[in-house]
Design a protein. Structure first.
Length: 130
């Protein structure tokens, strides 16, 4: 899920049921964390140490301990799903025509992107088989 304004967050809350708000470190501010919790979501927002050297060192030490033990935290596992979705979106845009849509109208754009997704899925199946 991308970052949302309070209006969009409340509008999304009325339309869909989601449990997590997944964002990158640019959205690591207390207001977004609080809004996410008020809506009953779990904020999975990458920590941004900004210019806090002590926090940078603490994060590095925590990552090192996690690698040594071999047990990543649950938030890290959920956050990893974000990178998978972003890779699919990037391939759709770069390799399968999602960036340059030269048609007008909701139905035509949806058809164009659906064919892109279909081609991407076929390509992934070929890669998986070979």
């Amino acid at each position: 899920m991308t970052a949302k304004s309070p209006f969009l967050a409340h509008m999304s809350q009325a339309r869909v049921v989601n449990l997590y708000d997944l964002m990158d470190s640019a959205y690591d501010v207390p207001q977004i964390h609080d809004l996410s919790r008020q809506l009953g979501h779990v904020p999975l927002i990458d920590v941004h140490p900004r210019r806090n050297q002590a926090l940078k060192e603490e994060l590095a030490a925590g990552n090192k301990r996690g690698r040594r033990v071999g047990h990543p935290p649950a938030e890290a596992i959920r956050y990893h799903e974000r990178s998978t979705v972003e890779r699919v979106n990037a391939r759709l845009k770069d390799e399968f025509g999602g960036r340059m849509v030269h048609v007008r109208g909701h139905a035509k754009v949806m058809c164009h992107l659906t064919f892109g997704i279909l081609a991407l899925a076929a390509n992934q199946w070929v890669i998986l088989v070979t």
